[in-house]
Ligand binder design. Structure first.
Ligand code: SAM
Length: 207
């Protein structure tokens, strides 16, 4: 990841969400982006120039615009019409950002548009977040990474964030994902945890 001093940045055209520039690069704000917060409080996944990414829950393009600055191609799925309008505008100036208006619970809708990816990123804030991630793992290459941004209050408000978090880990393991990093995103985002996983290769029977 690119840092100027301690400041996380990406190299691309600014003006997406009023982000400030530093040394000609876009400051990637951890209060506006959970992925940026992960790079501040944890390790995350190094974004590289040859990487293909499937991004679920792109909203109006804040985070996905930074991801597109780093990688080869990012497929950005969003189902709400209003943020999709903004996302289309962001994509107009980034040829490697492919906006897809579709429901992430139904990956068959966009299967013809997406290729195998190295990174699956999921930030949809829905009750069935782990199940949505699992369903989309079909697009992830064996050994590829998945990042789930878990909004614990969206899953079950009767349970504590820790209970939701533990239950989610179990669901991910059952889906064939090996959890390699977990981190709470405070102080940047309340009751949000980032869970980084690796997709096991076929025949890899580790528990
Ligand atoms: N990832 C964005 C960012 O960092 O800039 C913020 C995403 S916001 C928390 C969650 C987004 O997921 C919303 O825009 C919402 O419309 C979208 N979303 C929720 N459920 C979805 C689904 N089933 N399919 C596609 N998008 C969904």
């Amino acid at each position: 990841m690119i840092r100027i001093g301690d400041v996380l940045v990406s190299r691309g055209e600014g003006g997406v969400y009023g982000e400030r520039m530093l040394g000609g690069a876009r400051i990637w704000d951890p209060f506006r982006s959970k992925l940026a917060a992960l790079y501040y409080v944890g390790t995350g996944v190094e974004l590289t120039a040859g990487m293909r990414v499937l991004y679920l829950g792109a909203a109006n393009g804040t985070t996905v615009s930074h991801v597109a600055d780093y990688v080869e191609i990012v497929y950005a799925v969003e189902f709400a019409p209003r943020p999709m309008q903004d996302l289309l505008e962001v994509a107009r100036r980034r040829p490697n950002l492919v906006p897809i208006m579709a429901d992430a619970t139904q990956p068959e809708q966009y299967a013809p548009l997406v290729e195998e990816v190295d990174l699956l990123y999921q930030d949809v804030a829905q009750p069935d977040q782990a199940a949505i991630l699992a369903r989309n793992c079909a697009f992830l290459r064996p050994g590829g990474r998945a990042i789930l941004m878990l909004k614990t209050r969206s899953v079950d408000i009767r349970k504590t964030p820790e209970e939701v978090f533990r239950a989610t880990l179990g669901e991910l393991a059952a889906a064939g994902l090996e959890v390699v990093e977990t981190v709470w995103l405070s102080p940047y985002h309340k009751d949000h945890a980032a869970i980084v996983c690796t997709k096991r290769a076929a025949g890899d029977a580790r528990e």
